[in-house]
Design a protein around this ligand. Sequence first.
Ligand code: ZN
Ligand code: ZN
Length: 221
Amino acid sequence: MKRAILIWSARELVFAIGMVRIISLLGLIMAFHLGHMPEASCGKRPETGTIYLVPVGKVEEEVLLYLPSQLEKIFPFPVKVGEALPHPDYAYNKTRGQYKSDLILRGLQELDLERAKRIVGVVDLDLYTPGLNFVFGQALIRGKTCLIALPRLRQEFYGLAENKKLYYERAVKEAAHELGHTFGLSHCKRPECVMHFSNSLYDTDRKGRDFCRDCRRKLPF
Ligand SMILES: [Zn+2]
Ligand SMILES: [Zn+2]
């Protein structure tokens, strides 16, 4: 009996030592992130309650100037552009010639988000997620991060004549849609609601940029 207790205690000791090691390691990882990311990620000091658009890699300035004022009409928070992150080489899939959105989203999660309301990654690269040929965007449901991909929102991608107004409108809708997910909304059956799933640009162009009455009621603001 005594021996059994002793063995159990030894196991507990090993477990406790293991836990201490894990906790120290977590502490180190957190310190690393806190030390590197917070101010660098969003320009000066991230402002509380602000939605930040964070370009990942090269993104044209024009769309970044347009999006904040439009998103501020939909969301009751200030929207600002944060400092750009480097080109996401780590997410490139040579075989597909596309970038894996999950990995970029993970990269955005590593920013210190405590002060920012939300982070919207803006990527001018063709994105995919396993199981889908491409994605217009991706979000962490009830998370703090989401992202949108610009290339497939342009008419030129499909060999059509450039239409900037349409392209910008699509970008606003995609950003509002992904932000909606971060505020806990799932897809909506109403084709006119911004939370309607866009299987193609036909759906994106048909829906509005705002939330329907039912979706709006579920939003936490
Ligand atoms: Zn969605
Ligand atoms: Zn809806």
